[in-house]
Design a protein around this ligand. Structure first.
Ligand code: PEP
Ligand code: MN
Length: 337
């Protein structure tokens, strides 16, 4: 339930509502707005009688929230969430109407590899560098990432190029060190229902890029985001990266339908990963264009300077020139970059 306060409501009136919510054993969640404050009511077991609050001074309206994912839902927060990285001239906003490009290799392999790719994607228009230091690989014998050394390389990339960094935390133990180095913490598809990791991400002071489980329904995905938000971190991006279907012509199927659905259900920024959806280079640009046409807030794309030698996901990685062509193509679609 959402309790909407009058524009003129003062701190005492707000405090009284908060106190009454707590008296019933529920959790108040004040949501400051441009004009007025609303207070979400969480952790109630059943429906709440609006009359409990409608008579209180300063209360304008009481709106039932029907969704199980309350903090994530647009019912609770009608305006789009905007995530801000950096300060001053360097600041970057995600979710304010422009398409933010994130690009880089699947895995950080060496300093020279990361820097070469970073310079190329920056030149093409990327604002955020992606690259895994801790890699969740399907085989225990595959390259698992450079670990902390990889994070140090990412820090060097940021220092040399000014690009922001997104990298994955594969479990709650590495999240501490990932949080220290990165600008955005990625939670991967395989971990979307790792609730301990989600809770830890919810305590982080950095934004989270949450990737949809390759098997997950929208309800499960949005509830995973709710786990993060319920711990206090409201800086969450929803990333569609393709789901498992019966097809063999692609690694996964990009669920385009999910994009307008998420837009109407949630206020959180939406990012699309065409690379893991496609699994093959020739499909990445068309999928990126399709996602851009639906008005997503970001794209995260794998780019490698030598994809044939890449230690992971080479077949789906674009060559840097292809990435620049992709960006030029987006401009012809009138997408604001
Ligand atoms: C990745 O971004 O490299 C990755 C492993 O993604 P996902 O979790 O979507 O498979
Ligand atoms: Mn990858």
């Amino acid at each position: 339930m959402l309790i909407v306060m009058d524009k003129s409501a003062g701190p005492d009136e707000l405090a009284a509502v908060v106190e009454r919510i707590e008296k019933y054993g529920w959790q108040p969640k004040p949501i400051p707005g441009g004009e007025r404050t609303a207070i979400g009511v969480l952790r109630n077991k059943g429906p709440i009688d609006p009359a409990l609050f409608l008579d209180m001074p300063g209360v304008r309206d009481v709106i039932p929230v029907s969704k199980p994912y309350k903090l994530v839902s647009r019912e609770m927060h009608p305006d789009n969430t905007v995530i801000k990285l950096g300060e001053g001239n360097e600041a970057l906003e995600i979710g304010q109407g422009r398409l933010v490009l994130m690009a880089g290799p699947c895995a950080v392999e060496s300093e020279s590899q990361a820097l070469e790719i970073a310079h190329a994607v920056k030149e093409a228009g990327a604002k955020i560098f992606r690259g895994g230091a801790f890699k969740p690989r399907s085989s225990p014998y595959s390259f698992q990432g450079l670990g902390v050394k990889g994070l140090e390389i990412l820090a060097k990339v940021r220092e040399e190029t000014g690009l922001f960094i997104v990298t994955e935390a594969t479990d709650h133990e590495v999240l501490d060190v990932v949080e220290e180095y990165t600008d955005i913490i990625q939670i991967g598809t395989r971990n979307m229902q790792n609730y301990r990791l989600l809770r830890r991400a919810g305590q982080a002071k950095k934004p989270i890029l949450l990737k949809r489980g390759m098997w997950a329904t929208m309800d499960e995905f949005l509830m995973a985001a709710e786990y993060i938000m319920s711990e206090g971190n409201s800086q969450v991006m929803l990333c569609e990266r393709g789901i498992r279907t019966f097809t063999r012509h692609s690694r996964n199927t990009l669920d385009i339908n999910a994009i307008p659905y998420m837009r109407s259900e949630s206020h959180l920024p939406i990012v699309v990963d065409p690379s893991h959806a496609a699994g093959r280079r020739d499909q990445v640009i068309p999928l990126a264009r399709a996602a851009a046409a639906t008005g997503v807030d970001g794209l995260i794309v794998e780019v490698h300077n030598h994809p044939e030698k890449a230690l992971s996901d080479g077949p789906q990685s674009l060559y840097p020139e292809q990435f620049s062509r992709m960006v030029e193509g987006l401009k012809t679609m009138n997408v604001a970059l």
